[in-house]
Write a new protein. Structure first.
Lengths: 447, 315
């Protein structure tokens, strides 16, 4: 048996809890089943069982998964874990299934009740797909939380740890946002993916299974890093490309796969770059490790030490260079109200967007290269807000529109101008970041 | 006697904290069945070195090999061959002592059928047999320390790394710990122990590795030049003899470590019988022997002599 799984079984599944959980749930469900006049007693169970499944399996389980590593750090047992001979897969599965073990036990009872009640509903609900989507969704959020917890291990303050966890949970919010959006597109009953028609629920269930698999793989890669297992940096850009391939299938068929994939690829890679920028700590020492490995000709080690964000920024540039050639005809697809700003930017100046991500990355490295870096992500977000919105807005209000365009060149309306100005900004930011890094970290003092 | 093969090799190890070079060009080897005292001032890089050896922190440059396994390339495999006790360790407070030990054994890949026996043996060795059913969180500081050491060695590592293992222990517990380390050494385990308490290290260390400013200042056997199979002896005369070094050097089985006109330190190949024969030979050579005794170099003196040349206790 997986040792971590067994340890959690010792901790979480004591006799009292094993007996008390079903007993308490039975009483709660009996209360709901016996009260009210709406439908049969089985129908009345569906709502409470759904809510309890969400609360126990999703909220509590996610909390347990997120705490699994930070608790080890707090209790100073993390070194013991890292010193084990278990491989990253064993550790991933042990933590992923072990930390929320009791949530699976109690939540599983609620899910079974929900499935039992669903068969009695007047409107037929596909129980199998619902259960699959729920289980996969829970695995997805647990694995994401576990990965977030691993990313937060090296953060210097509790506040930034919370930020890391919060930002890595963005995919959950994103999924909640995308669902109704697909509905609004007139595909409530079915949807088209690469020209094939699918019922909405099975499509979402299978998609969530795929996202869950990626989340588990993400947790595995995070464990690899913690356990000093060497890996090459292909997973993060591969996820961005997969996301692009999945989402471009939702584009209207007449746009064409190549064009849809280019646009989705650019957006996915840029999104992945910004998510990585604020969740995967880019420290001056990490840069130092890359530079040191590169200097001694160890290219493999240099790649292994790379922060995540440059690995998705590189394909973003490739998509940006290809984008102008394929943009014709996709403007309408991008012209979705919720995505209008992104769509406008993407269509107008793809290369400038990639340069903007490079500049923003350089700004973060600049703050990370301070002599005593503190609140790096917070300072970066503040300065990005100033550069993207506040300063250009103030300049525009003051009647200095042309100066505002130098700060935020997307206001110019010209893709070429935007690319040139943002390219210059990224070079300037990169130069400042490198200069500061070299001053503080290029030649370290003796210990 | 040829020294045993190294169990650990460190080559050109470099490590940096933000803006600070913590380790620089650190190279050394640890031989099987030795206990190396890792000593140096605060901030010298002792903990960083131990963590790099254990594969917990990846160095900026250099190579670490434990029992033939490259720690940087195959850390999980290396962990089966080493044990490490951090200076700030934790135990699973809600688990019993038996479960803590069983979990540690399983985490190191111990076979299910053997874990029970390993738990009992480790508990017996560390004096925890009567505490197996007690929750780790209710143990005293000394017992927790013993449990943590038990977790580090339950899988029978070839190399055991300990960072301040006696911190917070009472004198009795420290004495028991020293006895345990001597036993482990006799069983063939190799230990590296970092501590500020030199007197404690003196009880069981065979070698000393001095680190300062992130660099190895010295590594040597504490017998002070006496090699394997040799005993170190101090000789003091009642009256000076200008030819003392030459006289000693001419004797069979004697190697002069240091010699003045009235005092000398020699390494003698052989046992107590050889020592008695040597005394007779010295008296026969007309030396006015006032003192002749086995000497083990004091770690404290040795350390001071290394880090402050000319200020050693006997200097």
């Amino acid at each position: 048996m997986n040792p971590e799984l067994r340890r959690y079984a010792w901790l979480e599944m004591g006799t009292h809890r094993r007996v008390a959980a079903p007993a308490v749930l039975l009483l709660v469900f009996a209360l709901f089943a016996s009260g009210g006049d709406d439908g049969s007693w089985r129908e009345r169970l569906y709502g409470p069982a759904s809510v309890l499944t969400f609360v126990i399996l999703f909220l509590w389980g996610t909390h347990q998964a997120a705490e699994s590593v930070t608790e080890e750090v707090r209790e100073r047992t993390w070194d013991l874990q890292r010193l084990s001979a278990l491989g990253p897969w064993e550790m991933t599965l042990g933590k992923l299934l072990g930390a929320p073990m009791f949530a699976w036990y109690a939540g599983g009872l609620c899910l079974a009740t929900m499935a039992f009640a669903a068969t009695a509903l007047p409107a037929r609900v596909s129980v199998g797909w619902t259960v699959l989507a729920t289980v996969a969704g829970a695995v997805f959020v647990h694995a994401t939380a576990l990965a977030a917890s691993l990313q937060a291990v090296h953060r210097e303050s509790r506040a930034s740890r919370r930020l890391g966890v919060a930002l890595l949970l963005l995919p959950v919010l994103l999924l909640m946002w995308v669902g109704p959006f697909i509905d609004r597109g007139g595909m409530a009953k079915s949807l088209s993916w690469y020209g094939m028609r699918f019922e909405r629920l099975p499509f979402l269930a299978v998609s969530i299974v795929a996202f869950a698999a990626w989340a588990v793989f993400g947790a595995y890669r995070s464990f690899c890093r913690e356990l000093q297992v060497r890996t090459r940096p292909w997973a993060w850009p591969a996820f961005a490309l997969w996301l692009a391939a999945w989402s471009s299938g939702l584009a209207p068929p007449d746009i064409g796969f190549g064009r849809a994939f280019t646009v989705a690829g650019l957006l996915a890679c840029l999104g992945a770059t910004y998510v990585a920028l604020f969740t995967d700590p880019t420290t001056a020492m990490k840069v130092r490790r890359v530079v040191a490995a590169w200097s001694r000709g160890d290219r493999r080690r240099a790649l292994e030490e790379l922060p995540l964000w440059p690995t998705s920024l590189a394909p973003a540039f490739a998509f940006a260079l290809a984008a102008p050639a394929v943009f014709g005809g996709v403007q309408e697809w991008l012209d979705i109200p919720e995505w209008k700003a992104i769509g406008d930017f993407t269509a107008r100046a793809p290369l400038a967007l990639a340069f903007a991500a490079a500049r923003d990355g350089a700004i973060l490295v600049f703050f990370a290269s301070a002599a005593k870096p503190r609140r790096v992500e917070g300072a970066t977000i503040l300065y990005l807000a100033l550069l993207w919105w506040v300063i250009p807005g103030l300049l525009a209000v003051a009647g200095l529109a042309s100066v505002a365009q130098l700060v935020n060149p997307f206001l110019s309306g010209s893709g070429t101008t935007a690319a040139v100005v943002m390219g210059a900004q990224s070079i300037l930011a990169g130069g400042l970041a490198f200069s500061r890094w070299r001053r503080h970290y290029g030649v370290p003092a003796r210990g | 006697m040829v020294p045993s093969a190294p169990i650990a090799r460190v080559r050109g190890l470099g490590y940096e904290y933000p803006g600070v070079r913590a380790l620089s060009g650190v190279s050394f080897a640890l031989h099987r069945g030795t206990v190396t005292a890792l000593v140096g001032p605060n901030g010298a890089g002792k903990t960083t070195l131990l963590r790099c050896l254990a594969g917990l922190d990846a160095p900026l440059e250099g190579a670490v090999e434990v029992a033939g396994v490259d720690v940087l390339d195959r850390p999980r495999e290396a962990h089966r061959k080493l044990g490490y006790l951090s200076d700030f360790f934790g135990v699973y407070e809600a688990l019993t002592v038996a479960r803590c030990l069983a979990h540690a054994a399983a985490m190191q890949g111990g076979a299910e059928a053997e874990i029970g026996g390993a738990v009992r043996r480790t508990a017996l060795r560390l004096g925890l047999s009567d505490r197996l059913g007690q929750a780790a969180g209710t143990l005293s500081r000394g017992l927790r320390q013993r449990l943590a050491i038990g977790q580090a060695l339950i899988h029978g590592p070839e190399l055991l790394l300990l960072d301040e293992p006696a911190a917070g222990l009472d004198p009795e517990a420290r004495h028991a710990l020293a006895a345990l380390f001597r036993t482990l050494r006799e069983e063939g385990m190799t230990l590296m122990v970092s501590s500020h308490i030199l007197a404690e290290l003196d009880e069981y260390s065979t070698h000393m590795l001095v680190i300062r400013g992130g660099e190895v200042v010295e590594q040597r056997a504490l017998e002070g030049g006496a090699g394997p199979g040799e005993r170190r002896l101090r000789l003091r005369l009642a009256a000076p003899r200008a030819d003392l070094a030459a006289t000693l050097g001419a004797l069979t089985g004697v190697r002069v470590v240091e010699a003045g006109e009235r005092e000398a330190v020699i390494a003698l190949a052989g046992d107590e019988t050889a020592q008695a024969a040597l005394l007779a030979a010295l008296l026969g050579a007309g030396l006015a022997v006032a003192e002749f005794a086995a000497e083990r170099e004091n770690l404290h003196d040795s350390y001071l002599r290394t880090v402050r040349p000319g200020e050693g206790a006997r200097a």
